[in-house]
Design a protein around this ligand. Structure first.
Ligand code: GLN
Length: 189
């Protein structure tokens, strides 16, 4: 199983390490050619303006959109969530609010009850995190902080405002791997 990790900027190495530990083969993605044959995709956190410029420079917008909209299981975190909103790649029917938790509280941690993830609370590390400001009916909210969605799902895409790669809790990455396995099991032989 090959899982692409967008590596224009940001925290991609920690994601790749977690995928390796789960038995998947991570592939660093920097150009459209790197997207070919991927089973799943991770869009890491970082800085969304820099990431947007990188996506433009490498002409990645269209192929990324096609890949994700085509049903490739995807995990997007923090700036990755922002990249998928209506104002960026437009894959998710939602608007993200950047740096939503304010300048004073730049970073914080919270234990989240993440819908669909068993085994107790998920520790969320929030770093200048966005929240979901507005969303369409197809977007399912998995967790909230102060009444604001910080984890959502639409189809095969899971997007979270926090950094699951920083705590060593692999449950969301395992979810991604399992989504690929489920898909394969359903495919006609
Ligand atoms: N605040 C950042 C942005 O707007 C995202 C932060 C993150 O990915 N940790 O791009």
């Amino acid at each position: 199983m090959v899982v692409g990790v967008l590596a224009l900027q940001g925290d991609f190495e920690a994601h790749a390490g977690m995928l390796t530990r789960l038995g998947a083969e991570p592939r660093i993605v920097r150009t459209p050619a790197d997207l070919e044959g991927l089973d799943a995709l991770v869009l890491p956190g970082g800085e969304s303006t820099t990431m947007t410029l990188g996506i433009e420079r490498e002409q990645l917008a269209e192929p990324l959109r096609d890949l994700i909209a085509g049903g490739t299981p995807t995990l997007a975190t923090c700036a990755g969530l922002i990249m998928l909103d209506r104002e960026h790649l437009g894959v998710l029917d939602l608007t993200a609010r950047r740096n939503a938790f304010g300048r004073q509280i730049k970073s914080f941690e919270a234990d989240l009850d993440l819908d669909g993830v068993t085994g107790g609370p998920f520790r969320g590390v929030f770093i200048r995190a966005p929240w979901v400001e507005e969303r369409g009916a197809d977007v399912e909210v998995l967790a909230e902080v102060d009444g604001h969605p910080v984890a959502v799902r639409q189809g095969d895409v899971t997007a979270v405002a926090f950094h699951p790669e920083l705590t060593g809790d692999a449950r969301l990455h395992r979810w991604l791997v399992e989504a690929v396995e489920d898909k394969r099991a359903k495919e006609p032989a």
